[in-house]
Design a protein around this ligand. Structure first.
Ligand SMILES: Nc1ncnc2c1ncn2[C@@H]1O[C@H](COP(=O)(O)OP(=O)(O)OP(=O)(O)O)[C@@H](O)[C@H]1O
Ligand SMILES: [Mg+2]
Length: 363
């Protein structure tokens, strides 16, 4: 159940106060220093501001702070040393300046429990590359996701979640599907694509954007990297690198194929899952329109990207047939047909087993 936060809006010549729904998060604040990993826009900063209102705050999204600490990273250590014992220190978006982790490590080595650090990151790529395992054993890891069903409470509606996903900003939007679709488009364009551009993770943004669209259509299906490479007109090794970027920026995860026993050669392909159904719909070129996700699941990316029309029709009809009054009659008809078939087969088998003669008592 949401609580209300206050937002101020200027409408014409008068101010109106909007009551924006704020959803309580289930994550419990650790009692020691921690990393908080989560995709962009999942609410990391908002949550930390709520649970640590008195923390000393380093916001690396602010270019001023970033430039200042890039020039003089030692200043961070001096600032922290001046703080009282027991103080929490938040370093928000630490992936923008992984070198600060050197400082955090030194502080934790010198004064193990004097201060506690909350370090947020929306990408592990640069952290892994530049400061791998630096704080292993000294800080614990926590993950943040879009809103969960329990956090949404009575606002959890399957249809809405399938269409628009669970990003907090999308759910807090009270302007309906169109407004939500706008937010999702801005999110895909700014938060995801631009971040990847800013971090110089890819050389050519146009091919990455094409890849994103095709990969989004293949969401939750067995991933055929060659077909995706062909459809996105990108080299196969490049596609593999692009998937790594999605994993490192926490935009998706691989689900390995289940195998009953360990095999030396991996024959089955894994599936790739994007973190949010609303985002994947937008990236795949869909909109938050009715039946968007159901139809998208029917798009055949392994082939020519042409929709499988019969499957799409079935998906569109499914809600009608599944819920309508025709269901019991349809089920009854299928059972009746199956019974007739089994009876016919049994009689045929019976007559053959008697040498092809009809039993004398048969009518
Ligand atoms: N619990 C919540 N209920 C409703 N809206 C929320 C909630 N948490 C965050 N939001 C909204 O979602 C948007 C993104 O939140 P926030 O900036 O905290 O995410 P973030 O994970 O820190 O993103 P980034 O990785 O880009 O820094 C904001 O507009 C915020 O108001
Ligand atoms: Mg943030």
């Amino acid at each position: 159940m949401p609580w209300s936060g206050r937002g101020l809006a200027l409408t014409g010549s008068r101010f109106t106060v909007d009551l924006l729904p704020m959803y309580p998060r289930d994550l419990v604040l650790p009692d020691r220093s921690f990393f908080l990993f989560g995709p962009r826009g999942t609410g990391k900063t908002t949550w930390l501001r709520a649970v640590l209102p008195d923390a000393h705050w380093i916001d690396l999204l602010s270019n001023r702070q970033l430039v200042r600490l890039t020039r003089e990273p030692d200043r961070f250590g001096e600032e922290v040393e001046a703080l009282a014992a027991g103080q929490w220190i938040v370093v928000d978006d630490v992936q923008r300046l992984p070198k600060l982790l050197d400082q955090v490590q030194q502080l934790l080595v010198r004064h193990a429990r004097r201060w506690r650090f909350a370090l947020t990151a929306s990408s592990t790529r640069r952290l892994k590359r530049e400061q791998a395992n630096l704080l292993a054993g000294r800080v614990v890891n926590r993950r943040f996701f879009p809103l969960t069903a329990s956090e949404l409470g009575t606002d959890f509606h399957v249809e809405t979640v399938l269409r628009s996903g669970c990003l907090p900003a999308v759910h807090a939007e009270t302007g309906g599907d169109t407004a939500r679709a706008d937010i999702l488009e801005a999110y895909a364009e700014n938060s995801l694509t631009q971040e990847i551009r800013q971090e110089a993770l890819v050389k050519r943004l146009d091919s990455f954007t094409r890849f994103l669209e095709v990969a989004a259509l293949a969401n939750a299906r067995v991933t055929n990297v060659s077909a995706i490479a062909r459809d996105a007109a990108v080299a196969r090794p490049t596609v593999q690198g692009y998937f790594e970027i999605l994993v490192d920026t926490l935009v998706g995860v691989w689900l390995p194929a289940w195998r009953p026993r360990a095999k030396i050669k991996e024959l089955a392909h894994p599936k790739f899952y994007f973190f949010d159904p609303g985002t994947v719909g937008t990236l795949g070129g869909g909109s938050a329109s009715a039946d968007g996700p159901s139809v998208q699941r029917c798009i055949d990316v392994s082939g020519s990207q042409r929709p499988d029309r019969a499957a799409a029709r079935r998906a569109l009809l499914a809600p009608v047939v599944g819920r309508g009054p025709t269901t019991p009659y349809a089920a009854g008809f299928v059972i009746w047909l199956a019974t007739i078939l089994v009876q016919g087969l049994w009689q045929r088998f019976d007559s053959l087993s008697r040498g092809g003669h009809t039993p004398p008592n048969a009518a």
